[in-house]
Design a protein around this ligand. Structure first.
Ligand SMILES: *Cc1c(COP(=O)(O)O)cnc(C)c1O
Length: 489
């Protein structure tokens, strides 16, 4: 596709401007005045409209097609959440207003602070935690915050602990966050038969140096670890804490609360589970919840109830009065609009609705896994949670790897699943359908995957050439990431 300047035709006009009634160069000293007309794109209005409409249609998103990117929960987010986040009273407030009080003692941002307070409360109830901070801006930021809180806890107790245990299937941000908080990471193998962290492996890896065990449950293989209480007891017997990566919360809402399972810290990805679209680098939010033993260490400022709140007074205030706090981890108090959307989403769904979300997400993933199990190998063929992991091992023998299957899906109008992750599965295809897709859409995806599996048998070369329906075929991915040239399209 050409860039718009390449479509320019000399003297073609899209608009006719009114005649200039101001003296030319009246306000500009002669030496700065333009000597020749600017080089603008000369194009008709219709061609400009067609150009930008065509560009917009090259954008892929949940609003256009199915997006089963595993571990990312690319579900449809109700537009009402955006609408409310865009309301002037919310979108127009400056974060420093949260610190200001009017002359009559009332808060400038009573409504917004009530939203934040109520959201903290709801997240505590959903996760079984005692306190939340909404400061962290993303999941990984939440992980770092949680690990820093754990480090502060051990420092306060005089514990000299240096190691964090993380299962080998974990998301890459887990070891990074633990390392960024100053810990050494020790990897614990998941059981090759069951796909989860087994008690014996944990026991073998535990010792006095372990500050925390970081887990995702269900894990990135989409499998739930039912023995979490025993794992917590083992960790706690060494005075180690249990960290819950809540990126997979979409699988277990209303069914399992990390706080009840013995977890001491959780982070949530509001942009995955609670009503904010993500991808393309949009804003996220990674609130962190803790049990009461860790509350003193949460980042400041914290949202505190004001003791002297009158009828018109400020009911909440930002307080820095927490001497053991790890300090701020973000300017102001998190991504307000993302928190607001989560609040709207949770209120709209209610407890029953959130439970149904998880039930439906799990049902969809199992439907896909069972519909595809005769065509692709399934490394752990048992009931999965909100996502299923297949492997292209069989297809790879014919030279068709997970990446080729992904490209084949693009030609069939579907966004590929996550590939080559988790690392413990060779040729992994990690599929997360979410609860928002209809059975018809799931069936279309299943049909496309079966078609690709057959193609791998009969015409593997065609998959090696895919995609052929996109403006560009296979990119040099390293160069695309390091030397991006978006204008090339
Ligand atoms: C997405 C994800 C993260 C990281 O969250 P970000 O918001 O992308 O920083 C961590 N762990 C798991 C399992 C995830 O899926």
């Amino acid at each position: 596709m050409k860039i718009i300047f390449e479509k320019s035709i000399k003297n073609r006009r899209g608009v006719t401007l009114p005649k200039n009634d101001v003296p030319v160069n009246a306000a500009i000293p002669e030496k700065y005045a333009r000597k020749s007309p600017p080089e603008l794109c000369e194009i008709s209005e219709l061609d400009a409209v067609r150009h930008f409409t065509a560009l917009s249609r090259k954008n892929y998103g949940v609003d256009t097609n199915f997006y089963p990117l595993g571990s990312c929960t690319m579900k449809y987010n109700p537009k009402i959440c955006e609408k409310i986040a865009g309301m002037g009273g919310f979108a127009g407030i400056h974060p420093v207003f949260g610190r200001l009080i009017m002359n009559n003692g009332a808060s400038w941002t009573h409504g917004a602070m009530t939203v934040l307070h109520n959201l903290e409360d709801l997240l505590c109830r959903i996760t079984g935690m005692d306190a939340f901070t909404l400061q962290p801006m993303a999941g990984a930021h939440g992980e770092f915050t949680g690990m820093a809180v754990i480090a502060a806890y051990h420092r306060k107790k005089g514990n000299r602990k240096t190691v964090v245990l993380i299962p080998d299937e974990a998301h890459g941000t887990n070891p990074s966050s633990a390392a960024a908080a100053g810990y050494k990471v020790r990897t614990v193998p998941t059981d090759p038969k069951t796909g989860i962290l087994e008690i014996e492996a944990l026991k073998a890896a535990m010792d006095e140096n372990v500050a925390a065990v970081m887990m995702t449950n269900p894990n990135t293989l989409g499998l739930f670890n039912p023995r979490i209480k025993e794992i917590a007891d083992i960790a706690h017997s060494y005075d180690a804490l249990l960290y819950y990566d809540g990126a997979n919360l979409n699988a277990i809402m209303g069914k399992f609360r990390p706080g009840d399972g013995g977890f001491d810290v959780v982070h949530l990805n509001l942009h995955k589970t609670f009503g904010t679209p993500h991808g393309g680098g949009g804003p996220g939010a990674g609130p962190v919840g803790v049990k009461s033993i860790l509350e003193p260490f949460l980042p400041v400022p914290r949202l505190a109830a004001k003791s002297s709140a009158g009828k018109t007074g400020a009911h909440f205030e930002f307080s820095d009065d927490y001497p053991d706090s790890i300090g701020p981890v973000a300017p102001f108090y998190g991504n307000f609009s993302v928190c607001l959307k989560a609040y709207v989403y949770i209120l709209m769904m209610g407890g029953k609705g959130l439970t149904e979300v998880s039930e439906q997400a799990v049902l969809s993933a199992n439907y896909i896994m069972h519909s595809l199990k005769d065509y692709y190998d399934v490394p752990f063929l048992k009931t999965c949670m909100h996502e299923c992991v297949l492997t292209a091992k069989r297809q790879a023998e014919r030279g068709v790897g997970a990446a080729d299957i992904a490209k084949g899906l693009i030609d069939r109008g579907i966004h590929p699943p996550t590939v080559y992750f988790p690392l413990v599965v060779k040729e992994a295809l990690m599929i997360e359908p979410t609860e928002t897709e209809s059975k018809e859409t799931l069936d279309e995806f299943i049909a496309a995957m079966i078609d690709i599996a057959k193609c791998a048998e009969t015409d593997p070369e065609s998959l090696k050439r895919a995609p052929v329906t996109t403006p560009l075929g296979r990119l040099n991915e390293a160069k695309a990431a390091k030397d991006m040239d978006v204008a090339f399209l």
